[in-house]
Design a protein around this ligand. Structure first.
Ligand SMILES: NC(=O)C1=CN([C@@H]2O[C@H](COP(=O)(O)OP(=O)(O)OC[C@H]3O[C@@H](n4cnc5c(N)ncnc54)[C@H](O)[C@@H]3O)[C@@H](O)[C@H]2O)[C@@H](O)CC1
Ligand SMILES: Nc1ncnc2c1ncn2[C@@H]1O[C@H](COP(=O)(O)OP(=O)(O)O)[C@@H](O)[C@H]1O
Ligand SMILES: [Mg+2]
Length: 283
């Protein structure tokens, strides 16, 4: 297994500069399904990450307790609420998003597990699956076959272990993840230092990012970034590659100002603009 390095060359092959005549109606609508009582912040971080990455519209689907929080934290986002107060129990919406990001801060209550199952049975919108949605799938492995082809899964190492089982070496970890990607026809973003992306037998290795990203919510923001790119019509593999690269690049750009310790997940969101601008300068 020799990886393809995700560097400036790989990014410029994939990056699509903005069309001067675009408008919010064709710039992509991302739906973020996330949050539970005490973890509405995860929905806020993912939704804000989506908006800053350039999709035209973002809707957050959250439990009722998240309504005011998201509206106040992000006036640009629209909010739909579940019937339940503290957790998700029935995922229903009458909008037509081009991509859905599901899982950050969602918890694993029984009704939430059922809601995810029912959503997956009918959903055919391109999907990013993270955090508790991954943990629920690990507990209900037969539901993995319901994922649309080339769904993007974004596990951190513990979530990956829950999905593929324990590994006894790095090589074994990659072999198991490749087998998983092939079996379920999904893209696996193996988050870490560095992050690898597995698309069937192809392995990509990211070249951006640093230890400043070891902070609460940085994965939630990545989910928002990749969902936004997917909503903007990037192919799933390109959304995963560009998303992971931009996410890491924000930490590299911000580091001289924040240092490792004081960097927050919100700084990723604030620095996405500079990360994009650095791509424009490369062209
Ligand atoms: N502000 C918020 O609302 C936040 C909500 N969050 C949500 O909280 C829920 C729980 O997420 P967690 O990831 O904390 O819980 P998990 O139980 O999935 O993961 C934590 C465990 O994984 C291990 N781990 C994590 N990253 C690792 C790495 N790079 N290498 C080795 N081990 C690693 C940790 O040591 C720990 O044992 C998720 O739904 C998540 O989205 C978190 O993102 C934190 C912020
Ligand atoms: N030391 C590190 N170097 C580079 N990237 C890191 C490091 N630690 C964490 N990250 C990145 O930060 C993100 C953490 O995601 P995750 O663990 O899901 O966070 P959370 O669930 O709190 O949002 C991943 O994208 C991971 O690759
Ligand atoms: Mg996470």
């Amino acid at each position: 297994m020799s990886p393809i390095y995700i560097d400036q060359n790989e990014i410029l092959k994939r990056y699509k500069p903005i069309d001067a005549h675009t408008h919010k109606g064709i710039q992509g609508h991302a739906l973020i399904i996330a949050g539970s009582y005490g973890k509405i912040g995860a929905a806020v971080l993912a939704s804000k990450g989506s908006l800053r990455t350039g999709c035209g519209l973002v809707t957050a689907f959250v439990p009722k307790c998240g309504y005011q929080i998201v509206q106040i934290a992000i006036p640009e986002a629209m909010v739909l609420t579940d019937v339940e107060k503290k957790y998700l129990s029935a995922i229903a919406f009458d909008i037509k998003p081009q991509a859905v990001g599901i899982g950050p801060g969602m918890g694993q209550e029984e009704p939430t597990q059922k809601a995810l199952h029912e959503f997956l049975i009918t959903n055919n919108i391109p999907l990013v699956v993270d955090a508790d949605a991954l943990n629920i799938l690990s507990k209900n492995r037969s539901w993995l076959t319901l994922l649309p082809s080339k769904t993007i899964l974004t596990p951190h190492p513990k979530e990956l272990e829950r999905l593929i089982g324990e590994w006894d070496s790095e090589e074994d970890k990659f072999e198991k993840t490749i087998a998983f990607s092939l079996h379920y026809d999904v893209i696996v973003v193996m988050k870490g230092a560095p992050t690898h992306i597995i698309d069937a037998e192809t392995v990509y290795r990211n070249t951006t990012g640093n230890a400043a990203l070891a902070t609460a919510g940085s994965g939630d923001v990545l989910t928002g970034i990749i969902t936004s790119l997917l909503a903007q019509s990037y192919e799933p593999i390109d959304a995963a590659i560009l998303g992971v690269y931009l996410h890491g690049l924000t930490a590299d750009i911000a580091l001289p100002e924040t240092g490792y310790q004081s960097f927050l997940a919100s700084d990723i969101i604030l620095t996405i603009g500079k990360a994009y601008l650095s791509l424009e300068n490369l062209e």
